[in-house]
Design a protein around this ligand. Structure first.
Ligand code: KG4
Ligand code: ZN
Length: 338
C-alpha cells in the first residue's frame, strides 16, 4: 500500500511517501521558522498562507524523489488535529480534494499518533508494547502503548508543555524563535550546576509534570544576572527539565512494568535529554528508543506511516466524497476509539 502523508498542523509543511512493503520512500519539508522569527512565535494566519504556498510543490517533489506518480497512490493521510485551525484546513483540503480526484480514500490522523509511531520509522524500531514519553511544543505526556491504536495516558503536564517551557525560557534569554534548539545550543557552553533551579512536581508521586514555575525562576535569574551568565542559566534550566523527565520516565517504566521507553516529539531532539535518558534507563536494564533526529520534530513521514498503519488495522474506508472535519483540539483516546 502506497500512502502519501501531509502534515500542516503548525509551522512545518511536511510531506512523506510511505510504502508498506518498501518503507519510507521520500519526505519533503518546509519549515516556517524564519517567517515567524520576527514575531517571537507562530502567527496562525501567516502559517496557513505559507502552507498554501508550499503543500503542492512539496507533494510533487516527494513523488519525484520517491519515483512514484499520483496514480500509484492507494490513500492519502493528513493531520486532522490537534493544531491551528487554518493550518489544519490547508492540509485537509488538499488531501481530501486530491483523494476525491484520484478516487482513493483520505484518512485524518491525530498528530500525536504520528509522533508516537515515528520511532517505528527508525533503523532499530522498538517493538510493542512500550512506554512513551511524548515531549513536543504542545504536549508532555507519558503513555503506555500496547499496540498501534491502543494508547493509555499515564500522566501529563498540568501547565506548560516541555517544548513550550524551552521556547518561553529562550525568549527570556533573548534567543531567536524557535527557542528550544537555540537554548540547547547556548546551554552547551554553560555550567548546568551553576544555578539550582526547582524540579517542579519531582516528588508528586504520580506521572504528572509542571514546568511553569521553572520558567518563573529563570525570569528572576535573568533580572538579576547579566548576559554573561545566560549560558549557565540555559544549562541549569535544561538540566532541571531533563532531570524531571528522566525521574518520571523511570517511574513510568516501574509503573507499567515495561522495559522499553520510546521518546517522541520535538524536545526528543534535545541532546542532553537523549544522553541522560539513555544512561539512566540503561542503568536499570531498560532501553530507550528515539526517532531519527529529523523525525522528532513535525514531519509528513510520521503521518504517512500512521495513515498506513491505521488503514492496515481498519481496512480501506469507502470514500466520503470530500466531506471532512478538522479537530483543533482533539483527545487522543477519543480518536483511537473512533
Ligand atoms: O513536535 P514539534 O515539532 O511540534 C509540536 O507538535 O509541538 O515540537 C516543537 C518543540 C518546540 O517547542 C521546540 O522548541 C522544541 O520542540 N525543540 C527542542 C529542541 N528541538 C526542538 N527543545 C529542546 N531542545 C531541542 N534540541
Ligand atoms: Zn508535533
Amino acid at each position: 500500500m502506497l500512502v502519501l502523508g501531509i502534515e500542516t498542523s503548525c509551522d512545518e509543511t511536511g510531506i512523506g511517501l510511505y510504502d508498506t512493503e518498501a518503507g519510507l520512500l521520500s519526505e519533503t519539508l518546509h519549515s516556517q521558522s524564519a517567517l515567524h522569527a520576527d514575531y517571537g512565535g507562530v502567527v496562525p494566519e501567516l502559517a496557513s498562507r505559507d502552507h498554501i504556498r508550499h503543500t503542492l510543490p512539496l507533494i510533487r517533489q516527494a513523488l519525484e524523489d520517491g519515483q512514484r506518480t499520483l496514480d500509484q497512490l492507494d490513500a492519502i493521510a493528513y493531520t486532522a488535529g490537534p493544531g491551528l485551525a487554518g493550518a489544519l484546513l490547508v492540509g485537509a483540503a488538499v488531501a481530501e480534494s486530491l483523494a476525491l480526484a484520484l478516487d482513493i480514500p483520505a484518512v485524518g490522523i491525530h498528530h500525536l499518533e504520528g509522533h508516537l509511531l515515528s520511532p517505528l520509522l527508525g533503523d532499530q524500531p522498538p517493538t510493542f508494547p512500550f512506554t512513551a514519553l511524548l515531549v513536543s511544543g504542545g504536549h508532555t505526556q507519558f503513555m503506555a502503548v500496547h499496540r498501534a491504536g491502543d494508547y493509555a495516558l499515564l500522566g501529563e503536564t498540568v501547565d506548560d508543555a516541555a517544548g513550550e517551557a524551552f521556547d518561553k525560557t529562550a525568549q527570556l534569554l533573548g534567543l531567536p524563535y524557535p527557542g528550544g534548539p537555540a537554548l540547547s545550543d547556548l546551554a552547551r557552553n554553560g555550567d548546568p550546576l551553576r544555578f539550582s533551579l526547582p524540579r517542579p512536581m519531582l516528588h508528586s508521586g504520580d506521572l504528572n509534570l509542571s514546568f511553569s514555575g521553572l520558567k518563573t525562576a529563570v525570569s528572576l535569574l535573568v533580572k538579576s544576572h547579566g548576559p554573561e551568565h545566560h549560558a549557565d542559566i540555559a544549562a541549569s534550566f535544561e538540566k532541571a527539565v531533563v532531570d524531571v523527565l528522566c525521574h518520571k520516565a523511570e517511574m513510568a517504566l516501574a509503573q507499567t512494568g515495561l522495559s522499553q521507553m520510546v521518546v517522541a516529539g520535538g524536545v526528543g531532539a534535545n541532546r542532553r535529554l537523549r544522553a541522560s535518558l539513555a544512561e539512566r534507563l540503561a542503568s536499570r536494564g531498560a532501553s530507550v528508543a528515539f526517532p531519527p533526529l529529523r523525525l522528532c520534530t513535525d514531519n509528513g513521514a510520521m503521518i504517512a506511516y500512521a495513515g498506513a498503519s491505521r488503514l492496515q488495522r481498519h481496512g480501506l474506508p469507502t470514500h466520503r466524497a470530500g466531506a471532512f472535519a478538522i479537530h483543533p483540539r482533539w483527545d487522543l483516546q477519543d480518536y483511537a476509539r473512533g
